[in-house]
Design a protein around this ligand. Sequence first.
Ligand code: HEC
Length: 94
Amino acid sequence: MDGNTGRGKQLIQSYGCGSCHTIPGVHAARGVVGPPLMFFSRRTMIAGELPNSPENLIRWIRDPKAVEPGTAMPTLGLTEYEAHDVAAYLYTLR
Ligand code: HEC
């Protein structure tokens, strides 16, 4: 997918995704509340709910509770553009 991977990485840092997820390449992203996001591009499902595609990943990142009401992942308020760049970074993890 397109999208600015460098900016995506910065956004991951500033939104604190790493407090819950271990994310390769992101400083201090060693959380263990959510699943580790290594090899994300090889994942077939997102949160066990949606097939892994850029559209679905953006949807998940923007509003996880709309996909899975009971999920522990909070809705952090990313814009469509921000979620796009974050998704682009996650797909660099192969
Ligand atoms: C408060 C903890 C928390 C924060 C902060 C958080 N997440 Fe999550 N995340 C979770 C949990 C818990 C799950 C597992 C969801 C489920 O299966 O219900 C998850 C699932 C995911 C998944 C699906 C993983 C998979 O293996 O299918 C992705 C992708 C993801 N999060 C990305 C992000 C991104 C990007 C951010 C920052 C914008 C973020 N998360 C912030 C807790 C968090």
